[in-house]
Design a protein around this ligand. Structure first.
Ligand SMILES: C[S@@+](CC[C@H](N)C(=O)[O-])C[C@H]1O[C@@H](n2cnc3c(N)ncnc32)[C@H](O)[C@@H]1O
Length: 203
C-alpha cells in the first residue's frame, strides 16, 4: 500500500483531535436542509465527524478507503452503514441518494473529477451535494504562496488549488450557494444541485 492510502490509517489515531471543525460542518449540514426520510451518502467519511450532525430519520451510508478511519466512524453514536469503498468508483446504483456530503475529500483524492462524477451519478435529479473544503475560487491563478505551499500540502494530505466548482460544473452539478468557511476564505462551503442528468446516470 502506498503512502497516499497508508497515511489515513496512521492519521486516524489523532484525526478527531485536530480536525473537528464543528461549526463549519454544522453550517454545511444546515445549508443541506436534510429532511427525515431522505437517504444520504457521506463519501470519504473519515472518522465520522459529520455523523452526529445529521438529523434523526435521515438514512446514512458512509464510505471511505481507509479501514482505520472507518473503524473510528463505526464507534460514533449515530448509526450509519459504513463500508470500505473508493469515492472515485462508488458501488451504488445511479440516482440512489437525496444528498451527497463531500467534506474534505475532493481535494484529497487523486482524481477529483471522478469523485465529483460519481457523486453526481448516485444523486437523484434535483439532489444536492455539500462541499466543505479548500479549493481555488476565482479567476486567474492561485496566489504565489498557495502555489509554493502546494507540493508540501499535497504530500501531507491535500491539494490547495483544486478548481472544484469548475470540475463540478463539468458533471452537471451547479452551485446554488457558496460562502467562505474559515482561514480568510481558504476553506469554503458550497451547495450544488444536480439539475441535469449526470454523465452515465439514469435521467
Ligand atoms: C481529510 S479526510 C476527510 C474525512 C472526513 N470527510 C472529514 O470531513 O473529516 C480525507 C478522507 O478521505 C479518505 N480517502 C482518500 N482517498 C479516498 C478515496 N479514493 N475514496 C474514499 N475515501 C478516500 C481518507 O481515507 C480520509 O478518511
Amino acid at each position: 500500500m502506498n503512502w497516499s492510502l497508508k497515511r489515513w490509517d496512521f492519521y486516524s489515531g489523532f484525526y478527531d483531535d485536530l480536525f473537528s471543525f464543528e461549526r463549519q460542518r454544522g453550517r454545511s449540514i444546515e445549508i443541506a436542509a436534510l429532511k427525515p426520510g431522505e437517504r444520504i451518502l457521506i463519501s470519504g467519511c473519515g472518522t465520522g465527524l459529520d455523523l452526529h450532525l445529521i438529523p434523526e430519520g435521515v438514512e446514512i451510508d458512509a464510505v471511505d478507503l481507509s479501514p482505520g478511519m472507518l473503524d473510528k466512524a463505526r464507534q460514533k453514536k449515530r448509526a450509519a452503514r459504513c463500508q470500505v469503498m473508493n469515492a472515485q468508483q462508488l458501488e451504488f446504483q445511479d440516482a440512489a441518494f437525496d444528498a451527497v456530503v463531500l467534506h474534505l475529500i475532493v481535494a484529497i483524492v487523486p482524481d477529483p473529477l471522478a469523485c465529483l462524477r460519481e457523486a453526481a451519478r448516485v444523486l437523484k435529479p434535483g439532489g444536492r451535494v455539500m462541499i466543505f473544503d479548500k479549493y481555488f475560487h476565482g479567476p486567474g491563478q492561485p496566489r504565489l504562496i498557495r502555489r509554493l505551499l502546494n507540493p508540501l500540502a499535497r504530500w501531507i494530505a491535500t491539494d490547495l488549488n483544486t478548481r472544484t466548482l469548475e470540475l463540478a460544473a463539468q458533471v452537471g452539478l451547479h452551485v446554488v450557494h457558496e460562502e467562505s468557511a474559515m482561514l480568510n476564505g481558504m476553506f469554503r462551503i458550497a451547495r450544488l444541485e444536480r439539475r441535469t442528468p449526470a454523465p452515465g446516470a439514469a435521467a
